[in-house]
Design a protein around this ligand. Structure first.
Ligand SMILES: *Cc1c(COP(=O)(O)O)cnc(C)c1O
Length: 363
């Protein structure tokens, strides 16, 4: 069996050990004579799995009882609306734009302003410079009484990461789809965290929401029942049928992460992986990364070749070398290596060795 190094931005590589365990448990889960995807989500076996999965996530991220943890569907993109419908409360919301995803969240929120549900305030945007930097704090236009402040700590497409939580008065809402569980964070600094699962948690179909319970009382009457956080909390994230198999796989990933030594341990590896790759890029005249070094993502590394006519050759030869999905997002071009938790340091070293050889041949 051959598994290649898969640098896909999402759905992304999963730990091989997790997939092997899922394979072994596929036909007969816990002696039930059925797969976990074929049983009732309301039965005692699945309920126990759900509880254990939440407990493991709480342990990994050090989440206190002040927060609800929800296992929802609809992807991070549905949260762009859910955040507004649950938290705007006819007030004003601040949006900081540091890349394509925070921009999309902002655009979606703006639709509700048009519908008269409140105001959506643009704090600042790095868009004019092409999202290679975070707008300077002195230029931020914050609303004094904002219902919440929304930002994206790791911009998956542009490779821009904010390592410090912004110092703002409003409750902070963060789209952590591509950086959750990659390094320790202080959950208490956030009002809400959300993440689509398919980058660092598991397969697509599951969306994680972590929200401070005192914020659950302000949903709009327009908020659909399945999107209403209080309602989902009251129903154990099972108001309707949840994404049971994706939830199960997320649980296996959390167990795997605990076995690796938790988020602290994986963060050390993640920083070593990122350093290996950025050193290779900075140490050559052939490869480049345009992001301000202070904000370079440790999860998603876009890079350009000196001559983009070589992009196709690079992609073909890297694929032959067992290095998959390095094509950059179309809005940025060039290459992008997504190096989430499941990617090993050895796989990143295989990539940098290939890059050096490619430069020697064509540079
Ligand atoms: C992938 C991604 C999204 C979109 O996630 P979906 O689950 O496809 O809706 C949103 N935000 C960020 C930061 C992402 O990386």
């Amino acid at each position: 069996m051959t598994r290649f190094a898969n640098f896909c931005a999402g759905p992304a590589s999963m730990p091989t050990a997790v997939l092997e365990r899922a394979r072994d448990e596929m036909l007969n889960w816990q002696g039930l004579g059925a797969s976990v995807m074929e049983i009732s989500h309301r039965g005692s076996h699945y309920t126990q799995l759900a509880e254990q999965t939440e407990a493991n996530l709480r342990q990994l991220m050090n989440i206190s009882d002040d927060y609800a943890v929800l296992f929802l569907q609809g992807g991070a993109a549905l949260q762009f609306s859910a955040v507004v419908l649950n938290l705007l409360n006819n007030g004003t919301a601040d949006y900081l734009l540091t890349g394509a995803w925070s921009q999309k969240a902002y655009q979606e929120a703006k639709r509700y302003e048009t519908l008269g549900l409140g105001k959506i305030n643009l704090v600042a945007t790095g868009g004019e410079a092409g999202f290679v930097d975070v707008p300077d704090r002195s230029q931020w236009q914050l609303d004094d009484a904002a219902s919440y402040f929304h930002y994206c700590p790791n911009e998956t497409i542009h490779g821009v990461q904010m390592f410090q939580v912004p110092q703002v008065d409003a409750p902070i809402v963060a789209d952590m789809s591509s950086c959750i569980l990659s390094e320790p964070i202080d959950v208490n600094k956030f009002a809400m965290i959300y993440a689509g699962a398919q980058k660092n948690i598991g397969p697509a179909g599951l969306t994680l929401v972590i929200i401070r319970k005192d914020l659950l009382d302000r949903a709009s009457a327009y908020c659909p029942a399945v999107m209403n956080y209080q309602n989902q909390l009251d129903n154990g994230s099972m108001m309707n049928t949840p994404a049971t198999y994706a939830w199960y796989l997320a649980g296996l990933v959390f167990e795997w992460l605990l076995e690796q030594g938790g988020v602290e341990a994986i963060a050390k590896i993640n920083h070593a992986k990122a350093k290996t790759l950025y050193d290779a890029i900075d140490g050559s005249d052939f490869y480049s990364n345009k992001v301000n070094p202070a904000y370079r993502s440790i999860m998603n590394v876009p890079f350009q070749l000196a001559d983009d006519a070589l992009d196709k050759v690079f992609l073909a030869e890297s694929e032959q070398a067992g290095l998959l999905n390095l094509k950059g997002h179309r809005v940025v071009g060039g290459m992008r290596a997504s190096i989430y938790n499941a990617i090993t340091l050895e796989q990143v070293q295989a990539l940098t060795a290939f890059m050096a050889e490619f430069e020697r041949k064509y540079g």
